[in-house]
Design a protein around this ligand. Structure first.
Ligand SMILES: [Zn+2]
Length: 458
């Protein structure tokens, strides 16, 4: 089977909005911090007969319009009906989910077309194992973003989702805790039907699920089978997708306008009056101008709001230089995170720890080599670098007397390298330097050792 077979991937992304109150009642929305089930509920969000929804949460609506504008959507400003989408499941006490008609249409992000942006309410949570239902989440405002099937691989989808989640974080109006984002993915391969995968709740999960599904569908077609239209669930633990049901069509949901909610109309100055937040692009420019950071580093940092926040917190504390901070963040911190396959908010670092480490390096209290070793450790442990340096005596050794002995010993031990160096091979010097640094476990002051080495090799 040809590798460049046409794969089309589209996404529907749901993210809870950070609001005080639910979409149609005044219950609190912090279900992700609430241990006790069914604490933040009322007759509206539990769908009691006769309960009437409050007027729609204005802040949630404003947020959806803001995001639609950030995604360069055309904002629809009149006759937006809130519809009832019917289905039967224990997480939905009223038997329908309220979802708006598109508020934004025809946007674009990172080359992927945005079809629609909606506002809707979250259902509750139903635990299949215990059979219990928790309605703390029921009625929490969600934004739904639907893309065109413009992505062609798991990598494309991962890049798009990362960029989207980052942009949403810049609004500071979404719930930014792990596992709250939910994505449904639809995938079709030339010659097969569209398959939808549900239950994906991380960028990493989407990447894995798409990778699995593309291979499954290609394999099926290769063996002469047919890919049928269906909905599959993704299991984050086993990393496979399994069939859930044959896909519903829009007809199955029996959409009707909610008679309790008048269609939304925006005043002419409402849309234009919403102040847009700083975006990654505007922040990049500001970081370069305010701190003199290199363009490539600024670009890397703004791509992840948490990383750019870390950098600016370090700058605000005025204890480390912009050059040191940007270089260490972009080269060392991100390399360690990538190696572990985790995000900054999943590691044990914080601005205090990073600041301490960089101050030690800048003041030459430790060498860069020791700094890197320490980072590798504290990223997982969250220990204080200063305390570790004291406890384990990791400070820089720059005393010439102590270093001279080791330099002499190294030269004696490596006569061939000395001959090579004198014959004009500069790499022999690197070898000798490396040998000294190794003996000193990276703690030797590089410049002092270099000076001693050159003297002895004359
Ligand atoms: Zn309520």
């Amino acid at each position: 089977m040809s590798e460049n077979i046409n794969v089309k991937i589209g996404l529907e992304i749901h993210v809870p909005l950070r609001t005080e109150q639910k979409l149609f009642c005044s219950c609190r929305t912090n279900y992700y911090e609430t241990e006790e089930p069914n604490l933040n509920t009322c007759p509206v969000c539990t769908g009691m007969p006769g309960s009437k929804p409050f007027p729609l949460n204005g802040y949630a609506l404003e947020t959806v319009v803001m995001i639609a504008r950030l995604l360069e959507c055309k904002v629809i400003d009149e006759n937006i009906f809130v519809k009832r989408k019917h289905y039967n499941y224990p997480d939905l006490p009223s038997g329908y989910q309220r979802t708006s008609e598109p508020i934004g249409k025809e946007g674009i992000l990172n080359g992927v077309k945005i079809w629609e942006v909606h506002l809707e309410e979250d259902p509750g949570r139903y635990d299949l194992d215990s059979g219990r239902v928790d309605y703390n989440r029921s009625g929490v405002p969600l934004i739904e973003i639907v893309t065109a099937p413009d992505m062609k691989s798991a990598e494309d989808a991962r890049n798009f989702l990362k960029e989207l989640v980052n942009l949403l974080k810049y609004t500071e109006r979404i719930v930014d805790v792990g596992g709250v984002m939910r994505a449904d993915v639809n995938i079709s391969i030339e010659g097969g039907a569209k398959v939808e995968i549900k239950n994906i709740n991380s960028v990493r999960g989407a990447f894995k699920a798409i990778g699995f599904e593309v291979i499954r569908q290609k394999g099926l077609m290769q063996r002469g089978g047919t890919v049928k239209q269906e909905t599959r669930g993704f299991n984050e633990k086993s990393l496979i997708t399994t069939s859930m049901r044959v896909k519903e069509t829009a007809d199955d949901y029996r959409y009707i306008p909610d008679p309790d909610i008048p269609p939304l109309q925006f005043e002419s100055d409402f849309v234009a009056g919403i102040k847009l937040p700083e975006t990654p692009q505007t922040r990049k420019k500001r970081i370069m101008e305010s701190y003199g950071v290199r363009e490539d580093y600024a670009q890397v940092m703004v791509r992840d709001k948490d990383i750019a926040d870390l950098f600016e917190k370090l700058m605000n504390s005025k204890k480390v230089k912009a050059e040191t901070a940007s270089m260490w963040i972009c080269r060392e911190v991100l390399r360690q995170l990538n190696y572990r396959g985790i995000e900054y908010n999943e590691c044990k670092l914080n601005e205090k720890i990073v600041s301490e480490l960089l101050q030690l390096v800048e003041s030459n209290a430790i060498t860069e080599a020791v700094g890197k070793k320490l980072l590798e450790r504290i990223i997982d442990s969250g220990e204080s670098p200063k305390a570790l340096v004291e406890k384990e005596k990791l400070g820089t050794v720059s005393e010439a007397g102590q270093l001279a002995e080791i330099v002499e010993f190294t030269i004696k031990e490596n006569q061939q390298a000395v001959v090579d160096y004198k014959a004009g091979k500069p790499e022999a010097l690197n070898y000798l330097m490396g040998s000294v640094m190794k003996k000193m476990k990276g703690r030797a002051d590089y410049n002092v050792v270099m000076k001693l080495m050159k003297e002895k090799l004359k």
